[in-house]
Design a protein around this ligand. Structure first.
Ligand SMILES: [Zn+2]
Length: 453
């Protein structure tokens, strides 16, 4: 089945859990306003930090009369969670908390998110709807190779899969040989993990003579927890014959299952009856209209443990305008290709690792494994990209290899406006990861770490 046919496969039954995806827009807005008003009241009454910020602005819960009034409210950021560690932003009594999740902060202590029974249900709902969007359903066999534990990836997808009636294999991350063995023996049809770990599985499989197209039953990959590009999606799909889906979420908001791409691949539908999205100008913090690019902000309309008002994700995106051919009325965000946190400033130019990935993978003989090293020579920033190329390429003569090196360099330079030093390496020589892969080493930061950069 071609992707086009698959995307328009009208015989695919809509799972009942997806009903809110198709809610009439006016009804959806009314529901969001009702939920927002309840949320603001709860947070104002129970979270001293937010109450103080609202008082400072002269804003009271009853001032929220329309959805636009959300702009009156203060923002929340990761630093707020860190500064009030561990329980300062909790909006309910500890009696109501049934589970904690943590995500690593940039420095020292983690951030702590509390979930009530209600929050676990909301989160499961998001994950079920995300998987339903991918076309996952019973009797799929779903191998969850995201980490289980304080990280939200494993348990989020686990409950999502079980909720849809799939047979879940909660293998967690790592132990690649066992992953491959069970995947083949049990006929796994859905894999959920980071895209970089899936690349590692493909790679290790190849070493053992496993051809994913021939030997595996996988139809869907549910990939998230790190940014990845359309070019990476194309590579994964051509190597394995699966449909690679993009799932989005973050621990502060719930975990995975905040948004997911649909079969039309215009962007990722946000489950906005629970997670209200805004795009704001990252400098002025003024709300931007749908269609314009800016920082993605979420308000967790229905969470009760650690609800977030206007949480700044630091992710750059836009809210797409116009109806999606899939018929969903919930809005979609553009794929996250740039995280503000990941931005490198090299010789005064803003560079995102995803731009480099897009340039590299536009060349056929390049494999989806690369490392970026940013350094300094005198006062000048340098950028070296080590990239694996196919074994056949390596057997070419020096001249051919040099031409390839130049072509790769030019492809990247066209996108980032800087000339990188390209080093070609043999397959299986760069580091792999069983979780999130660190592809960038910035040697400059080490030198200035005393400034707290
Ligand atoms: Zn759609």
């Amino acid at each position: 089945m071609s992707l086009y046919e698959y995307a328009h496969d009208l015989d695919t039954p809509v799972h009942p859990v997806s009903a809110p995806d198709y809610m009439p827009v006016e009804e959806l807005r009314a529901l969001q306003l009702h939920r927002l008003q309840g949320l603001v009241r709860r947070v104002y009454d129970h979270v001293p930090l937010t109450r103080a910020r609202m008082d400072e602005r002269g804003v009271r819960p009853e001032h929220i009369q329309t959805l636009k009034d959300i702009a009156l409210l203060p923002f929340m950021m990761k630093t707020d969670l860190r500064d009030t560690y561990p329980f300062g932003l909790f909006a309910c009594p500890m009696n109501d908390i049934v589970r904690f999740h943590c995500s690593s902060g940039t420095t020292g202590k983690p951030i702590v998110i509390g979930n009530t029974q209600n929050d676990i249900r909301v989160w499961q709902n998001g994950c079920m709807r995300a998987l339903a969007l991918c076309g996952v359903r019973s009797p799929d066999i779903m191998q969850v190779a995201y980490g289980y534990g304080l990280f939200t990836g494993g348990l989020g997808l686990h409950y999502g899969g079980e909720g849809l009636g799939c047979a879940v294999l909660p293998i967690s991350g790592g132990n690649t040989d066992r992953q491959l063995m069970l995947m083949r023996d049990m006929g796994t049809t859905v894999i959920a993990c980071t895209p970089s770990y899936f690349l590692h599985l493909i790679d290790e499989g190849m070493k053992k003579g496993i051809d994913f197209k021939r030997d595996m039953q996988i139809r869907h990959g549910v990939f998230g927890a790190e940014p990845w590009t359309e070019e990476m999606r194309a590579k994964i799909e051509s190597l394995t014959g699966i449909f690679a889906h993009d799932i989005y979420g973050l621990t502060e908001i719930a975990g995975p299952g905040v948004a997911n791409d649909c079969r039309c691949r215009r962007g990722l539908h946000v489950f906005e009856d629970h997670f209200y999205p805004e795009i704001v100008d990252p400098e002025t913090l003024e709300p931007l209209p749908d269609g314009e690019q800016g920082e993605l902000v979420f308000t967790t309309l229905t969470r009760t443990g650690t609800p977030m008002l206007r949480y700044r994700t630091r992710d750059i995106s836009r809210l797409l305008t116009g109806a999606c051919p899939c018929g969903r009325t919930i809005r979609a965000i553009e794929r996250i290709h740039a995280r503000s946190d990941d931005m490198l400033i090299i010789r005064g130019v803003n560079v995102f690792p995803s731009q480099i990935e897009a340039g590299l993978l536009s060349i056929d003989s390049v494999l989806p494994h690369y490392q970026i090293v940013v350094g300094k020579e005198g006062d000048l920033d340098t950028i070296e990209i080590k990239v694996e190329v196919t074994r056949e390429t390596f057997s070419d003569d020096i001249k051919t290899l040099e031409r390839l090196r130049q072509r790769i360099g030019q492809a990247v330079q066209r996108i980032i406006n800087l000339s990188p030093h390209i080093t070609l390496v043999e397959p299986h020589t760069l580091p792999r990861s069983e979780g999130k892969l660190q592809r960038v080493t910035d040697l400059r930061n080490r030198a200035v770490s005393s400034k707290g950069v």
